[in-house]
Design a protein around this ligand. Structure first.
Ligand SMILES: C[S@@+](CC[C@H](N)C(=O)[O-])C[C@H]1O[C@@H](n2cnc3c(N)ncnc32)[C@H](O)[C@@H]1O
Length: 381
């Protein structure tokens, strides 16, 4: 039974600055439905669950006979209280985390739902909120608020967790490692990946993949290998597994490498390559070294030409690969490496003297075919 109210409203009481500070971009109703469809499919329906959203905003995720919401934002909670029968708490959900906080006993079956704030805590603009949001139990402290929230679900010993969060929490190894306290006890058993563009307020920026993830509390938990092999399904029924793609990091440095590469060996500089979305926005070859540049040697140069050319093909790469490392089919690339070099030198004449090149016809056609084959069914026309 749905005793809550519908979630098709934005965080109207906050201006953009306030929304950024709280990480408050409320969830459209069709995504709340998506979460409940996943729960229906996966949680045994002979059990009675309590639904809890510890970052509930106006309470858009709260459905069911017994549901509890909490939020640090007083006005949001006031609004929520006026509009539904759920029980609400106005508090910082990352501090003194325990079932007791919500008057829940150890035995009650719990499902945590919601869309926890995801933002880098260093991006919070308002000082008072920044100070408040820094107060966290030591064992959930993390640079990203969303990671802290996932860890808090483990402390609450929720039987199931079905929340929206950036896919990068799972597929980026450094993030995954930060989640250890959570991943030791939870396993991803069902999910749907969709674009951040589904949240209207953020659709103007580069779209990134968000996952509606269903986790089961499980003594085995999951390791990174589990995620690498996991078959992610998108909202349009595309299936991908990150294990199926080789990445450029296996052949060339993605990050500043001045400790490994001497100045003498260096022939050019490239901007740090965090992931495909970062490459979309960032510069590629640079004339000068900065704290953000990678040193390129004669041997590694073809790989940076590859990344430089891939940047032009990003409109053909779907949003769900946006947080992946730069993907490559190394054997196929090596066969036509000179075409990539030619294309890149045309764009950056300063590379001319560094690498020998011949003039090839049809370079664009061959490169185009390479990317079509690399992406297969994921190639976007
Ligand atoms: C992305 S919004 C989600 C709101 C709602 N669940 C929805 O999806 O429509 C994130 C919410 O987290 C709240 N929040 C941020 N930090 C918090 C904290 N430490 N404790 C509790 N709530 C917090 C914000 O005020 C905001 O309402």
């Amino acid at each position: 039974m749905n005793v809550g109210y519908t979630a098709n409203m934005n965080q109207n009481h906050l201006d953009l600055k306030g929304a950024v500070n709280f990480g408050s971009f409320y969830t459209p109703e069709h995504l709340v439905d998506l979460v409940y469809n996943i729960i229906k499919k996966n949680a045994p329906d002979n059990e009675r669950y309590i639904i809890l959203d510890t970052s509930c905003g106006y309470g858009g995720f709260l459905r069911g006979e017994k549901s509890i919401g909490a939020d640090i934002d007083k006005q949001a909670i006031q609004f929520a209280r006026n509009n539904s029968y759920s029980v609400y708490f106005n508090h910082n959900s990352l501090l003194n985390i325990s079932r007791k906080q919500y008057n829940l006993s150890k035995d009650e079956k719990l499902i945590i739902v919601g869309n926890p704030p995801y933002n880098d805590t260093t991006s919070i603009i308002r000082k008072d909120i920044k100070e408040k949001s820094c107060l966290k139990d030591d064992d959930v402290k993390a640079r990203d608020l969303g990671i802290s929230f996932l860890r808090s679900y483990n402390k609450l010993e929720s039987d199931y967790v079905c929340v929206l969060h950036p896919l990068s929490y799972l597929i980026k190894k450094t993030n995954f490692n930060c989640l250890r306290l959570f991943t030791n006890n939870y396993r991803l058993t069902d999910s749907v990946v969709f674009s951040s563009g589904e949240f209207s307020a953020t659709s103007k920026t580069t779209q990134f993949p968000v996952i509606a993830a269903f986790y089961e509390r499980n003594l085995c938990g999951m390791n990174y290998n589990y995620i690498e092999n996991y078959k992610f399904k998108t909202i349009d029924n595309k299936i991908f597994s990150i294990k199926n793609y080789d990445t450029i990091g296996n052949y060339a440095s993605k990050y500043p490498n001045h400790k490994q590469v001497s100045q003498d060996e260096t022939v050019a500089f490239f901007y740090t390559m965090r992931d495909i979305n970062a490459l979309k926005r960032a510069a590629t070859f640079l004339d000068k070294e900065t704290y953000n540049t990678v040193r390129i040697t004669r041997n590694t140069l073809p790989y940076y030409c590859y990344a430089d050319v891939l940047k032009d093909y990003t409109p053909h790469i779907p949003y769900y690969f946006g947080n992946n490392d730069i993907i490559i089919d190394n054997d196929a690339f090596l066969e036509i490496k000179n075409l990539f070099i030619q294309r890149s030198v045309e764009k950056h004449p300063q590379l001319c003297g560094i690498i020998e090149q011949k003039k090839y016809n049809n370079a664009d056609i061959e490169i185009g075919k390479y990317f079509e084959s690399l992406l297969g069914e994921h190639y976007m026309d």
